[in-house]
Structures are given as structure tokens and as C-alpha cells.
Design a protein around this ligand. Structure first.
Ligand SMILES: Cc1cc2nc3c(=O)[nH]c(=O)nc-3n(C[C@H](O)[C@H](O)[C@H](O)COP(=O)(O)OP(=O)(O)OC[C@H]3O[C@@H](n4cnc5c(N)ncnc54)[C@H](O)[C@@H]3O)c2cc1C
Length: 416
């Protein structure tokens, strides 16, 4: 069913009885060409691009819960391509380009809003680092503007410019960055993949991987065994667990990251703002709630809930740039499970097991990568060779030393 203004009008006259489910409730078949483990944004985008770009439709996406119940439905929805290093920047810019055409491509309103992402800087040294990043972006053809204090004040006048512990000196702005509605992205990709014949199988947990003579032959699930020529893992915070089913140990740690939403207020922030002297980011949803977050909880966990000290820490950092935040009531907060890699950058690669592919290491930043991750992973699975913008996102870089360490923080997952 094509969504359009005409369809809306027609259904209005028919009492909205003609809408059909956005995707089927598929039952598992005994065999697929490709099985994708994980019905988050990345798994579903991979299925969509396998079908649309490579004509591979005998595909199942296996999700242990309901689709989007993981990080895809728990994140703070920021999209951007303001990276420094050549291993990352072309990949994230490709994602940004795909975001720009996504809604037309999916025929789905994902509420992509290019409202701008503004990273504040608070010292001369930080300004120099941000200028360097902005220049690197521009060398890759990506938009970047370095704003001085007055330019920032014009955009977000209510921040604390005069008495702050960390005075605001300016900001690096990417106007094409912004936000997108995370659930809609999941639903849009699911609908697009389903329409092209992909089976989306919810409540189906992968519990084992069959490997014969070094080659994957299928998966064991809570709904039976499924044979597959190729198996693609896109399970984010559960990567180490699923990889362990194939006997693989990966350079990934799982950590909790929390997100927060305030009560709805009148429009206050029309862009995304990040605090440069700590880790805090904030935007405003279309419903009026302030959406914000900060650091990971700082200990390894597979639990989808966080602890209270980080709540205090995030709110303190928010108050440091915007004291008025203290007058607004917090409505709810929750945790998601981050797949933190050792250099803070993702992995889209083959594994040592033939036919088994890995998509992981997204840290805080995998939502913005969803379209490019799906695109590049589909290319890898279909053709057994990396898509050019993802060629640096190799698994063996942790052995060869070709790391993509955006922050220069070393093998400290909690610092990336
Ligand atoms: C609080 C928070 C804020 C964030 N903010 C941002 C942001 O602003 N911008 C940004 O770019 N990124 C952000 N991220 C990161 C981003 O959400 C993730 O990197 C990205 O969603 C990960 O990819 P995914 O969507 O495929 O993961 P998920 O949605 O987690 O998908 C993985 C799926 O695999 C399933 N699964 C796991 N094990 C199995 C199994 N054995 N069998 C079957 N299925 C299995 C899980 O149930 C899950 O649904 C944030 C994350 C969190 C938690």
C-alpha cells in the first residue's frame, strides 16, 4: 500500500478501514539465502538494501524481541557526519546522503529533521581541535561552520554565557545534521523489506550457530533450526554473546547508555547542542520534551537499565551549560546496550568463519549510521567485498594497528 496524501484522504472517507499492517507476521521457513540476526535498524536496513540493491529477497531477519526493542528504539535520534578521520568521515557522510533521500526511498515519514548539530567549545585548544575537524569535513565536501561566541548566542540565547564554570567560546556547526524519528526508521525499513519479500520474524532468538568445516550452515533458534547460505550478525549490544556462539572473541565491550526526556515545554531549542567540556547533548522533540543524554554508565553490563550516579552526572552537565534546565521536570529515562569497540569506530566485515558476517562496534553513534551501515553490510554480504566507504571498518585493524581512533583515547571503550 502506497502512503500518500491521496491515500490519507481516501481512508478518511472510508473510516480508516483500508489500512493494512505495515509488515507481515512471517513464520520461519527451513532455508534462506541470508539470515540476518537482529531486527534493529541495522539488520532491517541490511535486509532492505539486499532486496533493493542486490535483488536478494530470500532473506529472514530474526529478532529475539519485537523489532526496534533494542537501541534502535532507545536512542536520542541524533544524525550527523561531523567526523575527523578518513576511515570514518566518508562512511558517515554517505549515511547523511542516504538520510536525505530516505523518506522518499521508503515511502515513509521518518521525520528526518536537518535542524543542525552544534558542538560547543570552551577553550582555545578545543577551538583549534574543532577547527581541524571542521576543515577535515570540508576537505571531504561536508558542510561545517566554526561559530564564535556571538554566533552561538544567536542560535541558543538561553545558555549560560557569563557565569559558567566552563565559558562558551563558540561552536562547530553542521547545519545538515539533526534528528530523525527512531521508531519510524525501524518501521519504514521493515515495511520496505517486507514488501520486497523479506521475512521479519519476531520473538525468535538465535541460540546457536551451525558451523561445518569452518563454514556457517544455519542457526538454531527458539523457533527451530533454520539453514542459511550466509548469516549476518547485527545485534549491537549483544554482539559478544552472539559471536561467542561461533567461538569468536571480539574487541567489543557492552556498556549501558541512558537517555532522558523532560516534560513537554514550548519550543526552546531548534537544533542539537552538545557540551564540549564534558559529555552532554540535548535537543527537543516535536512533542516538546527535551531529549538528552551523556556518558555511558562505565561498567560492563548486558542489562537494559542504568544506575543513578550517571543520572546525577548527566543532569549536572546539563545544568552547567543551561541552568534553566533545573526548573524543568524530568519525565522518564531508560537504558540501552552499547557495543563499545576498542577504538570507538565500527566494524563491518567478514569473520574467520566462512559465510558469517559482522556488523558491530557502534558505540554511541550507530543510529546516524543506520542507512549506510545497512547499505554497506548488504554490499559485503551480497558480493563478499567491502563497499568503498566502509573499507577501513575492518575487524583485523585491532591486530594490524590500523585503528580509527577519532578521540585518540586508546583502547578505553568507556572514553570513546
Ligand atoms: C540511550 C542511547 C542513546 C543513543 N543516542 C544515539 C544518537 O543520538 N545518535 C546515534 O547515532 N546513535 C545513538 N545511539 C546508538 C544507536 O542507538 C545504536 O548504535 C544503534 O541503534 C545500533 O544498531 P541497531 O539499531 O541495529 O541496534 P539494536 O536496535 O540494538 O538491534 C539489535 C537487535 O538484535 C536483537 N538481538 C540480540 N541478540 C539476539 C539474538 N540472539 N537473536 C535474535 N535477535 C537478537 C536485539 O533484541 C535488538 O533488537 C544511542 C544509543 C542509546 C542506548
Amino acid at each position: 500500500m502506497k502512503y500518500s496524501a491521496f491515500a490519507l484522504l481516501r481512508e478518511a472517507f472510508r473510516g480508516h478501514r483500508g489500512w493494512t499492517p505495515a509488515w507481515r507476521k512471517a513464520e520461519p521457513k527451513p532455508h534462506y539465502d541470508v539470515v540476518i540476526i537482529g531486527g534493529g535498524g541495522h539488520g532491517l536496513a541490511t535486509a532492505f538494501y539486499l532486496a533493493t540493491e542486490h535483488g536478494i529477497t530470500n532473506v529472514a531477519v530474526l529478532e529475539k524481541g519485537y523489532i526496534g526493542s533494542g537501541n534502535a528504539g532507545r536512542n536520542t535520534t541524533i544524525i550527523r557526519s561531523n567526523y575527523l578521520l578518513p576511515g570514518n568521515e566518508p562512511f558517515y557522510e554517505w549515511s547523511m546522503k542516504l538520510w536525505e533521500g530516505l523518506e522518499q526511498n521508503l515511502n515513509y515519514n521518518a521525520m528526518v529533521s536537518q535542524r543542525g548539530v552544534l558542538n560547543l567549545y570552551h577553550s582555545d585548544a578545543q577551538r583549534d581541535a574543532f577547527a581541524r575537524r571542521g576543515n577535515a569535513m570540508r576537505l571531504h565536501g561536508v558542510d561545517a561552520e566554526l561559530l564564535h561566541r556571538d554566533g552561538v548566542r544567536r542560535m541558543v540565547p538561553f545558555l549560560d554565557y557569563d557565569n559558567a564554570r566552563f565559558p562558551i567560546h563558540g561552536g562547530l556547526l553542521q547545519r545538515r545534521g539533526g534528528t530523525a524519528r527512531h521508531d519510524a526508521v525501524v518501521w519504514g525499513y521493515a515495511r520496505g523489506a517486507d514488501t520486497r519479500g523479506v521475512d521479519i520474524i519476531e520473538n525468535c532468538e538465535v541460540t546457536g550457530l551451525s558451523i561445518v568445516n569452518g563454514r556457517v550452515t544455519g542457526v538454531d533458534t527458539t523457533r527451530g533450526t533454520i539453514r542459511a547460505k550466509k548469516v549476518a550478525m547485527a545485534v549491537a549490544g549483544n554482539t559478544s554473546r552472539v559471536a561467542a556462539l561461533a567461538g569468536l572473541r571480539l574487541p567489543i565491550e557492552s556498556h549501558v547508555l541512558q537517555a532522558f526526556v523532560s516534560e513537554g515545554i514550548k519550543p526552546a531549542i531548534d537544533c542539537v547542542v552538545t557540551f564540549g567540556a564534558g559529555h552532554f547533548y540535548i535537543s527537543q522533540s516535536d512533542k516538546g520534551g527535551l531529549v538528552f543524554g551523556g556518558d555511558i554508565d562505565g561498567y560492563n553490563s548486558y542489562a537494559w537499565r542504568g544506575n543513578l550516579p550517571i543520572v546525577e552526572d548527566v543532569l549536572e552537565e546539563g545544568m552547567a551549560i543551561w541552568p534553566g534546565l533545573g526548573r524543568i521536570r524530568m519525565l522518564r529515562f531508560w537504558g540501552g546496550l552499547m557495543d563499545m569497540s576498542m577504538d570507538g569506530s565500527p566494524i563491518i566485515d567478514r569473520t574467520p568463519v566462512d559465510g558469517l558476517y559482522l556488523n558491530a562496534g557502534w558505540c554511541y553513534g550507530g543510529f546516524k549510521a543506520t542507512p549506510a551501515s545497512g547499505w554497506c553490510f548488504a554490499h559485503l554480504v551480497a558480493r563478499d567485498e567491502p563497499y568503498p566507504v566502509a573499507a577501513a571498518l575492518r575487524l583485523d585493524r585491532f591486530a594490524t594497528g590500523a585503528l580509527i581512533d577519532e578521540r585518540g583515547a586508546g583502547a578505553q571503550p568507556n572514553l570513546h
